[in-house]
Design a protein. Structure first.
Length: 94
């Protein structure tokens, strides 16, 4: 089974050809991550750049992400998340 202690967050509605869409829509500010090995409240930066967030421990299996606070959108109230990924490293990268 895989294990990782890092997640990659691509926050908001991200389009290279339409950068204004990022600020038009709400983005995640705080999120609760729940796993079988614990739960943590994460602060997520207000940036369209992908960000790596280190978890306090390695997790395996399913994770649940619950939005707790948002950065408000300038036009819309919907919350956008371009992507959420677990970051896996090969033995050579560790």
């Amino acid at each position: 089974m895989w294990e990782s202690d890092e997640i990659v967050v691509a926050n908001g509605f991200i389009r290279v050809d339409r950068p204004e869409w990022y600020y038009n829509n709400a983005r995640i500010k705080k999120a609760l991550v729940e796993t079988s090995r614990g739960s943590w409240l994460l602060d997520i930066k207000d940036t369209p750049n992908p960000q790596i967030i280190k978890l306090p421990k390695k997790v395996a299996g399913k994770i649940r992400l619950t939005i707790k606070a948002v950065y408000e959108g300038e036009k819309y109230n919907d919350v956008c998340l371009e992507g959420l990924y677990m970051l896996y490293k090969t033995p050579e990268q560790r």
